[in-house]
Design a protein around this ligand. Structure first.
Ligand code: ACM
Length: 683
């Protein structure tokens, strides 16, 4: 959670006091995310002042003892007592995540100790994740509240895609990401290892792939094994993706015979969709793929293997006389009998790739573009272009995964990722079709995320996708409560060692240099990167070499300060601030808004001083000035609300002009308070 301004902090303390008179913090709602399927809360608590002692009643899976010790260290520090309340763990057998084995568990906390029961060791790992989130610190005392939890996931496939191709992500980043995933019960790391811009795994049989494609970073096979072991110890599967036939320019740069034409390619140095595709007609293409997949299917033990298959418009195939002739000879043409049909060639290619993978016992996964009438049904479809593709895939008998709605790189709000559901309550799928929906995956594409800031783009928002995929549908519709818990989860994740909060802070400190960072931080807190892929189209040409160290990179994908400001503004509007006599609550809220606005208004002068010493920040001067201007308008609006004055038409016109001007992005970032400002002004 972002640091609160003192004024906003005071507001929340007062609000809690008013909303829950006389209630101790212990009875405040829990902070668990994902929310468990069933919980019964008791009145007691288990004090952690005396550390818990581990009692493990099975040794089938060594990962459990290690995980339990990690949990105990996080709860109470490294000391383990000889006596004391017990953390008792019982499970039936070792659970293999690759086999989708049961993750069900029961977790009971009483003032006497903790008991975890599960059919498999996977259930124990999930229970320990819940246990760590249960701990409450109050008046410097740490305790676990009394509770009885019965829990199990709604979907078996709960993934996070990490793009290590556009920007290389070192092993340390992947491990921290796995720690975060384990904490919120995500169980599939989808590792996007190759793309136009990079080939990130050492290949011993085709070494030019990593030598050329991974010149700026690749994983050795030892690195891969280290990640696989780290993931397995946390009950997480690793799904490797080798993206073909498009998104593969780095492969062609290494082995030019893969190309569909006679051009010579380097590793792609842009982020535009390339539509460069390998040649699916040559025998040598399949010889190379077979060698590579033989090597990689052995390196990655998961039964699933992702071959990409996205974003190939077929232009290189159509434009090649040789490839077009191949298509015509084999009847790969549209209904007119003449026009070549790239989809038929795609399916031909995918069938051949499928045969290679099946030889090694693998289940093939691909993006939704590969779906077509002749595609073998055992291939898993990952829907990203729209939910329609998920439904179409399962209607055609394919297992399927949803990613549309979960694209973290679009910089959308947590709420917008929370509500999309692989099988919404209104679904028209039959029960058999619903069973084919394996789950979903949040995706972290890394055009605009390097190893420093990637965590701040993943967390905390990935946690709400984790909840959508784990928790019962009925208990996950309350967006306000989601945000309340998300703040706690975010702080908790940072205590695990993740850097989603600290990395942007360090980036800002680096930008400020020897100057006071406060005005920069105040501005960065209410700024967000422009949404979707608009960053590509606002005056800057990004390449993998572009440094990601500007204010836009330190700005949060969703500003928590702006979101809270919006909640406060809505609350003022709701509590009838327009009608005096005003309640103490609404007066206090007006006071809060005013304090925040005065801070933003005053910030601009300090920010301008910062620019004298830091000219690189000048591109953001307009945002600072606009923030002050909007604050001025809103301060006037607060006065009107407080004194029950109707704004004049002239005032409204001027306010509208100020807000419209303030909406303009600068440096590919924009002010995040404009929607709330519009609501306050009533325009
Ligand atoms: C994708 O986002 N191109 C799968």
């Amino acid at each position: 959670m972002r640091r609160l301004t003192p004024a906003v902090g005071l507001f929340w303390i007062l609000a809690l006091a008013l909303l829950r008179p006389g209630q101790a913090l212990a009875q405040l709602p829990h902070n668990l995310m994902p929310v468990p399927a069933e919980m019964r809360w008791g009145k007691g608590r288990l004090n952690l002042k005396t550390p818990l002692k581990l009692q493990l009643e099975s040794s089938a899976d060594p990962a459990v003892a290690a995980a339990a010790r990690r949990s105990l260290t996080r709860l109470q520090g490294p000391a383990e007592p000889a006596t004391g309340a017990l953390l008792q763990i019982r499970y039936g057998r070792m659970g293999s995540p690759e086999k989708f084995e049961e993750e069900r568990y029961s977790l009971r906390v009483t003032p006497m100790g903790v008991t975890i029961d599960a059919p498999t060791s996977l259930g124990v790992l999930r229970a320990l994740a819940t246990l760590e989130q249960l701990a409450v610190t109050e008046k410097r005392q740490r305790y676990l509240p009394e509770v009885d939890i019965q829990d199990q996931p709604r979907f078996a496939w709960r993934g996070l895609l990490m793009d290590a191709a556009r920007h290389f992500m070192p092993v340390s980043v992947i491990k921290r990401t796995l720690d975060g995933m384990a904490a919120v019960k995500l169980n599939v790391l989808h590792w996007h290892l190759t793309d136009d811009q990079g080939f990130r795994v050492e290949s011993k049989v085709l070494p030019r792939l990593h030598q050329v494609g991974g010149a700026d970073g690749y994983y050795t096979q030892a690195d891969v094994k280290e990640v696989l072991a780290y993931a397995a110890a946390r009950g997480i599967r690793v799904l490797p993706e080798f993206d073909v036939p498009s998104h593969a320019t780095s492969w062609i740069a290494a082995y030019p015979r893969l190309a569909s034409n006679d051009s010579i390619y380097g590793v792609y140095r842009s982020f535009r969709t390339s539509n460069i595709a390998i040649d699916p007609t040559r025998k040598t293409t399949y010889t190379l793929l077979d060698s590579l997949f033989t090597e990689m299917t052995a390196l990655f033990p998961d039964p699933y293997f992702h071959i990409g298959g996205d974003e190939n418009d077929g232009r290189q195939w159509r434009r090649s006389p040789r490839i077009s002739a191949f298509m015509r000879e084999r009847g790969m043409v549209k209904a007119d009998g003449k026009t070549v049909d790239k989809h038929k060639l795609t399916t031909y290619f995918n069938r051949r790739v499928l045969a290679m993978l099946q030889k090694h016992g693998k289940i093939m996964v691909g993006w939704d573009e590969i779906l077509g009438p002749d595609l073998p049904k055992e291939i898993v479809i990952q829907s990203w272009r729209g939910k329609k593709w998920l439904d179409d895939a399962v209607k055609q008998g394919h297992p399927a995964i949803l990613s549309e709605g979960y694209y973290l790189d679009l910089n959308y709000t947590a709420a917008s990722h929370y509500l999309p559901d692989p099988v919404p309550a209104t679904t028209t799928l039959t029960p058999a079709q619903q069973k084919l929906v394996l789950g979903g995956e949040a995706t972290m594409w890394a055009e605009f995320a390097d190893s420093v800031i990637v965590e701040s783009r993943i967390w905390p928002r990935a946690a709400v996708v984790a909840e959508r995929l784990w928790s019962p549908q009925a208990s996950t519709q309350d967006v306000a409560d989601m945000y309340r818990r998300l703040g706690g989860v975010s702080t908790f994740l940072e205590t695990l060692g993740l850097r989603h909060l600290s990395a942007p802070r360090l980036l800002l400190a680096q930008m400020a240099g020897t100057s006071n960072v406060a005005p920069l931080r105040t501005l960065a807190e209410v700024v967000e990167p422009v949404k979707e892929y608009k960053r590509h189209f606002q005056g800057m040409f990004y390449t993998p070499q572009t440094p990601l160290n500007r204010l836009v990179d330190a700005a949060p994908a969703e500003s928590e300060v702006a979101r809270r400001f919006g909640v406060l503004a809505d609350s003022v509007l709701m509590t009838g601030a327009r009608k005096p006599p005003q309640s103490t609550v609404s007066l206090r809220q007006l006071l809060q808004l005013r304090a925040q606005l005065l801070q933003w208004q005053a910030n601009d002068q300090q920010f301008q001083l910062l620019l004298v010493l830091n000219p690189a920040l000048r591109e953001y001067a307009p945002l600072s000035t606009q923030l002050a201007a909007v604050s001025g308008v809103l301060l006037e609006r607060i006065n009107q609300l407080q004194t029950n004055q109707m704004p004049s038409a002239a005032w409204l016109a001027a306010a509208r002009a100020t807000l419209t001007a303030a909406q303009a992005p600068a440096g590919q970032a924009e002010l995040a308070i404009i929607p709330a400002a519009r609501r306050l002004v009533g325009i």
